[in-house]
Structure formats: structure tokens, C-alpha cells
Design a protein around this ligand. Structure first.
Ligand code: HPA
Length: 270
């Protein structure tokens, strides 16, 4: 079945149940699923109930699309996302985004947990993503010409300047410090080696994580506006003389979650 047919089937299942069309798609990273609870929801669907959606089994990730109003905007939240380290293909990872776009979302707000490559950063900092480096080892737009998807999407302005300004203004209004920097996406699931982190620093990366890059590439190819935000859960490998544990990353994220929620709500409220 072609990609377009799969999108159409998913849309045909969801669209008749929508009270209003979503304008903003939110993809919520590890620990941030709670933001979806703040949505005044009129529809909530498990991924398993939507044709061609794959289910996530990463810790801290439910698998649900939540439709409703958040800070005065019609949104659709992906509560739980797919990761490459779970064995999902790049195409599968961006499929929900394609469906959210087909349902009306023209803006993507994507959040993630990340390790700090920039040694000036601190745990619990928030970072506005200004650009990314794709080291995921794959790409979401390689389905082939028969699918009408092999484009040469320009990535120069992938992270929309106007939304970045809005995020900086919202952070200022909330009294939050918002770092800015380059996100490097890796496949995982192991954390990086100290040598890799030193190399990433030379390349100009400020934060490292295992998501976001595919979704942003797909959003750019769909002509969507994008805002990317990271919360720093740990200093990346080798910055401190201690190991990194997955539990620690989930735990540390709790500190940044409230700030991230306030920032996202501030951006949506405009
Ligand atoms: N590396 C990769 N992904 C991450 C990290 C990290 O240090 N922290 C949170 N996600």
C-alpha cells in the first residue's frame, strides 16, 4: 500500500471524530507527556486504534494522540513518540506527523530530553534548537520516487525564525533562561562515548539526543513551521567524571518539566 493510501486511511479513521481541526502538532519527549494532560481534550486515541500507527514501548512514553485546546490553540499532542533505537524505521517515526499535518496541523512544536555537549550548560536548562545535525544513520524521505517523496527539501530555515523569537519572548515573560544551540541526533540506544562527545563539540553541537531530527526533516518537507525545544537532563558523556544512567535521565527531567510546560504554554498563548 502506498504511503498516501496509509495516510488517507489513518485520516479517514480520525477526521470524522474531530470536533475541530488541530493547527499545532506537539511531539512530547521523555517525561513531558504530562503536558498532554493540560489539554482540554475532546478526543484521545491510542496509537493502536489508528491504522498504520506503530506503538512505542520506551519507558515514560504512553502512546496516544490527544486532540483539544491548549492555551487558546487547537492542538494535537503525540503523547509518546517512536524512536529509532526501538527498531522503528525513519519513515515509521514520521508517519504520525504526516497524519497530524493531513488533519490540519501547520506548525510543529517538538520537545526532547538531551545531554549537554556545551559545557556552559547545566542540568535542567532549556535549549531552543537553532539547527540540527543528523547523525541518526537514516533519513525519513527515502521511500522512493514512486511515493512522490524523494525531494531535496531545503533545511536552511527548518527551525522557523518567527517561532524562535516567540519562544525567546515567552521565556523572558516567564522569567526563564532559554539557551540556544545545535541539537545532534544520534540513533542510540547506548549513550555516547566521551570521544564522540568531544567530536560533536568540535562539529558545533550543543546538545545530544535520540529523537527529533526525523520529525523536523519531515515537517520541513511538508512546509510546516517548526519550534524545537530541548531540556537538559544530564551532562553528556565525559563532561563529568561519572557514568550516565537512563533512570537518572528520566529523574532529572522532572526538574525541567515544569519550566518546559510553562514555556510551551507561553509560546502557544503568543
Ligand atoms: N545522549 C543521548 N541522548 C540523551 C542524552 C545523552 O546524554 N540525555 C538524554 N537523552
Amino acid at each position: 500500500m502506498s504511503l498516501q493510501d496509509r495516510i488517507d486511511q489513518a485520516v479517514a479513521t480520525v477526521a470524522p471524530r474531530l470536533k475541530t481541526c488541530p493547527r499545532v502538532a506537539l511531539i512530547l519527549g521523555s517525561g513531558l507527556g504530562g503536558l498532554a494532560d493540560a489539554v482540554d481534550a475532546h478526543l484521545s486515541l491510542d496509537y493502536g486504534d489508528i491504522p498504520h500507527f506503530k506503538e512505542s514501548d520506551a519507558p515514560g512514553h504512553a502512546g496516544r494522540l490527544v486532540f483539544g485546546e491548549l492555551a487558546g490553540q487547537q492542538v494535537v499532542c503525540m503523547q509518546g513518540r517512536l524512536h529509532a533505537y526501538e527498531g522503528n524505521s525513519a519513515e515509521d517515526i514520521v508517519f504520525p506527523l504526516r497524519v497530524m499535518n493531513a488533519l490540519g496541523a501547520q506548525t510543529l512544536v517538538v520537545t526532547n530530553a538531551a545531554g549537554a555537549v556545551n559545557t556552559d550548560f547545566e542540568v535542567a536548562d532549556l535549549m531552543l534548537i537553532t539547527d540540527h545535525i543528523n547523525l541518526m544513520g537514516s533519513h525519513p524521505l527515502t521511500l522512493g520516487e514512486d511515493q512522490g517523496l524523494r525531494d531535496f527539501t531545503d533545511m536552511t530555515y527548518a527551525y522557523t525564525a518567527a517561532l524562535r523569537e516567540q519562544a525567546l519572548a515567552a521565556a523572558h515573560a516567564c522569567g526563564l533562561t532559554l539557551r540556544q544551540g545545535v541539537y545532534i541526533g544520534v540513533r542510540g540506544p547506548s549513550f555516547e562515548t566521551p570521544a564522540e562527545i568531544r567530536a560533536f563539540r568540535v562539529w558545533g553541537a550543543d546538545a545530544v539526543g535520540m529523537s527529533t531530527v526525523f520529525e523536523v526533516i519531515a515537517a520541513a518537507s511538508l512546509g510546516m513551521d517548526v519550534l524545537g525545544l530541548s531540556f537538559i537532563t544530564n551532562m553528556a558523556a565525559g563532561v563529568l567524571d561519572q557514568p550516565i544512567s537512563g533512570e537518572e535521565v528520566l529523574e532529572a527531567s522532572k526538574v525541567a518539566i515544569e519550566n518546559m510546560k510553562a514555556l510551551v504554554l507561553g509560546v502557544l498563548a503568543g
